[in-house]
Structure formats: structure tokens, C-alpha cells
Design a protein around this ligand. Sequence first.
Ligand code: SF4
Length: 260
Amino acid sequence: MATQIAAPPKARLIEVFSAIQGEGMNVGTRQIFIRFALCDLRCHFCDSAHTWSVPEVCQIEKTPGWRDFETHPNPVMLTDLLSWVERQNQPGLHDSISLTGGEPLLSAPFLVQFLPEVRSLTDLPIYLETGGHRPEQLSQLLPYLDSIGMDIKLPSVSGENRWQAHQEFLQLCGNSQLEVFVKIIISSQTNPAELEQAGELVASVNPAIPIFLQPVTALPGEVLVVVPAPDRVLEWQALMKRFVKQVRVIPQTHKMMNQL
Ligand code: SF4
């Protein structure tokens, strides 16, 4: 019987481009963004609903930062994505490569093959931006990552309840040697008891893991999403500092700078 050779996995992409990271630990640094299609969560505050499904074509920037996008049909070949990353990677320009979405861990079967190739191409650090709820897929990718920014979704703000998965996910991060931070979106709806629960969760893994509180960006006409009052933000930062050492408040700075 003939041996069946598995077809190489393909990526379902939204876009590839060069930009300034606007959130979390890497804020202000220059990254090559690889944005994967699909997400299995439905956060109330999501401003990336266009990533929930796979578009027919993806947008690929030709020159880093020029926004001179060309379109390619989805899904894309591993070798094509590799060549687009190589084209973006001009000497000295970027600080890291960001795997983002959507939920990039839904592309784990592709990433397991893609990331070792990226490693052989460049020594740029590889940063994973994730909802923090897919520990099984994370464990497959840990050998190829340098840093992880994971969300803890507060049910009162996001409508998602993923405590158990967040706990397992952060424990895996804590057991690794990788740099990790936690991002929590806060809004006027934030339940402080959930913030405490998140603080306890992070502290139980490692109180040295930084937490970034990110006031939600109001969406036009969206009643569920209201920016928190300034005094509440001060209160909640103080509350979180009872659990972990570093609690920083940073809004989405790329939107202030009119970046992608
Ligand atoms: S995890 Fe991100 S992309 Fe997915 S629904 Fe939530 S905010 Fe949107």
C-alpha cells in the first residue's frame, strides 16, 4: 500500500505588516505582525471581529511600514509566509515578530512547522499574543517562543469565562523560562471580585509576573463597552498591587498614534 504523505499545513491569514506595538510589555517597539484568522472567543469589547472568519484574501505589506499591501488568496503556503517575513526583516528595523489574531493558537498545527523555519531565518525574538485559554496548543509551541502576552478575560467585561484554562495556561508559562505578562481589559462593568480572582491566580503561579490593566477602547454605539472612570482605575490598580509587584495601566497606544 502506498504511503500517504501529509500535505504541508497552510496558514489562514488576515495580514502581515510592520508596525509599532501599542499594548503591554512591548509597547513602543517595532514588530513584524503576523495576524492569523479565526477566534473561538466572542469578547464584548472585541474590535477585531473581522478576524473571526477566514477572508478570501489576506493583505501582505510589501515594504515595512509603507502600507503598500498586496493581496494573496487564503490559505497561504508556509514558504510564501516565510518569504514575506524575510522581505519585512530589514536589518536593524524590528525588535521582534508578533504572532497575533484572532487567536493564533488555533493555527498551532501550522506554527509547529513554521516557527522552526523562522528560527533558522532570523534571531528576532518571537512573541505570542493570545487569549490565554488554549494550554494544549501552547505546550506544542513553547520551544519556539521567546515571550508571551496572555489575556485574563474577566466575565464581567468580556462575557467569556475561562478561569480554569487561564490557570493551566499561565502555569505552563510559569514553568517555562519564557518572558510572560498578563493583560486584563477593564471597563465600567468590571467586577472587582473578578480582579481579585485574577490577582490571586497570577500570584499563585509567580507574583513577579507583571499585570497590565488596559482600559477598554469604546466602540461606536456599543452600550456594553464603557470606559472606566479614572478614580476606579486608580482603585483597581491599588487592589491588584496587593497580589503582584508590577501592575501597569496602559491603554491601546497604537490607536492614539493612529497606527494599525
Ligand atoms: S480574543 Fe481577541 S479577537 Fe477574539 S473575540 Fe476576544 S478580543 Fe476579539
